[in-house]
Ligand binder design. Structure first.
Ligand code: PLP
Length: 495
């Protein structure tokens, strides 16, 4: 199966090439030429498998140039007991009659990005070998928090790679900062950038497009690559957990064979929910994909009206991983819903770049209405959802999960749709202690990892080990740099 650029149907590459390149040269994203269908009987077969076996089965359908033996090796290393605190990897927890949580935060950094970033290093290093590339790969990441740490954990001590993460000095939470600066591994570098997230991201983009620097590094045997969510190798592992959750519900007799299920997904860059769309296209009985936003509700407006308008106020919220106004993975959805029309897709993206908005065709609009619902929650509604679910069920949600739970409630009230629903739970509440404590009516005492103990006492829910292990840890990386210094930092790192 070939992968096509969303902006040029003539650009068609193998899966290994798509994963190595990340982004197509024309600025488009790679998508599978056709979405493979789950063969008849597949769901029954998958029900009898472990999460890792399900991952091999599903990924193999998309990756012709990887063998089953290779993928089996990768999932063993990516989803092993060293990284994940449960053999179920992505367990489904029942809240009540028809509401379930899909917990995606049992990995090493306690956020759902581990599901993909534990796998990507294996897919990427294999891709580089398959493509006959002899240089080693250095991953550059600009992060506003969760991605940086998850990428560090994924790439730490992976042979043939180095990873360098830039984060805004004053733009991440204390826990996120310590998670990154205390990272172990002989091939990692973590740098604070004097500036905000945009400064860090712009600089990384400049380094990528600095051809003199790339040539110099190439001469020393290094190529640069990226680990952000436009890479197909990050999207693919996410399709697995939708299918896995459905199998778990069947196994638990929560649903009947073929019964359709709603998924409600806290959304930022549209990667997670897009994986749900692919699962649906493969034939998984998904009814509606409910897209949940915080006050940055550009996607809610888009899915309801067909008009995307990024020209709006940006809010800093208690669910920071969803504070985003341009959701890059939406481009993939537009391409598919336009029937693979590269010109139409490129046109929308050009309108967005030049005018800050676009409006999709009536045909796409009709597809959106059929597949998606959308809603948003304010910070106040998010905290109220955390308090309510904890009071009624003793279940502690993080702020992102709580946005989705709140939106599911609104959706059910508006539509009367009582189908079984899975809320995709994307982070441990212990990553966002201050906001969760406030939601429970407590005043946070202290900062950073100090709050972990307070939240444990307030909730009686034990904190995940990777986060309690942060207490008392000393940072390894303490330097902070001005933007102009960063290319020199990369040069020094790849000596
Ligand atoms: C990244 C992230 C999201 C948003 O996921 P997208 O794939 O960007 O839509 C939601 N919740 C948490 C905790 C995240 O880290």
């Amino acid at each position: 199966m070939r992968y096509i650029s969303t902006r040029d149907n003539n650009t068609a590459v193998s899966s290994a090439r798509a994963i190595e390149l990340g982004l197509s040269r024309d600025g488009g994203l790679f998508v599978p030429e056709t979405v493979p269908r789950l063969p008849a009987g597949a769901i029954g077969e998958l029900c009898g498998m472990s999460y890792r076996q399900r991952a091999v089965y599903v990924m193999k359908l998309f990756l012709e140039d990887y063998s089953v033996a290779e993928l089996t090796d990768f999932v063993t290393r990516a989803y092993g007991p060293r990284g994940f605190d449960t053999p179920h990897i992505a367990p489904v927890r029942k809240l009540d009659g028809n509401t379930h949580f899909l917990e995606l935060w049992h990995g090493p950094t306690c956020a759902f990005k581990d599901m993909a970033l534990q796998m990507l290093p294996h897919l990427l290093t294999a891709a580089v070998r398959k493509n006959g590339e002899e240089r080693r790969v250095c991953i550059l990441v600009a992060t506003s928090g969760d991605t940086g740490k998850a990428a560090l954990e994924g790439f730490a001590d992976v042979e043939g790679t180095k990873i360098c993460v830039f984060y805004p000095r004053d733009g991440v939470s204390d826990i996120q900062k310590l998670q990154m600066t205390s990272q172990s591994g002989g091939n990692v570098l973590v740098c604070a950038v004097n500036g905000n997230f945009d400064d860090a991201q712009t600089t990384v983009k400049e380094i990528f497009s600095d051809s003199a620097l790339r040539e110099e590094l190439s001469g020393r045997g290094w190529m640069l690559s990226s680990a952000n969510s436009i890479n197909w190798g990050r999207l693919l592992p996410q399709i697995v957990y939708y299918i896995s959750a459905y199998c778990d519900l069947l196994n638990e007799k929560e649903i009947g064979e073929g019964e359709r299920v709603n998924f409600c997904v806290p959304t930022g860059n549209f990667g997670d929910i897009l994986a749900g769309y692919y699962a649906r296209e493969m034939g998984l009985p998904v009814k509606t994909l409910i897209c949940a936003s915080n006050s940055n509700d550009v996607l809610t407006e888009f899915l309801r009206t067909g008009r995307y308008d990024r020209r709006r106020e940006f809010y800093t919220t208690i669910s920071p991983s969803m504070d985003i106004l341009v959701s890059s993975n939406l481009e993939r959805l537009l391409y598919h819903l336009s029937g693979g029309d590269d010109g139409e897709t490129a046109g929308y993206m050009e309108d967005l770049r030049t005018g800050g908005e676009y409006t999709v065709s009536p045909a796409i609009r009709a597809c959106l209405d059929r597949l998606f619902a959308a809603g948003s929650c304010t910070d106040g509604e998010t905290k109220a959802a955390i308090a309510k679910v904890f009071a009624e069920h003793g279940y502690l949600m993080d702020t992102h999960t709580a946005v989705a739970y709140g939106v599911l409630g609104k959706y059910r009230a508006e539509t009367g749709d009582a189908a079984p629903a899975v809320v995709v739970s994307t982070a441990s509440p212990y990553k966002f202690c201050a906001a969760v404590l406030e939601a429970l009516g407590k005043t946070p005492e202290g900062a950073g990892p100090e709050l972990i103990g307070q939240l444990e006492r307030a909730s009686g829910v034990p904190a995940p080990r990777p986060l309690t292990a942060l207490m008392g840890k000393m940072p390894r990386f303490t330097g902070s740099f001005d933007k102009v210094e960063l290319s020199g930092v990369v040069r020094g790192f790849l000596k």
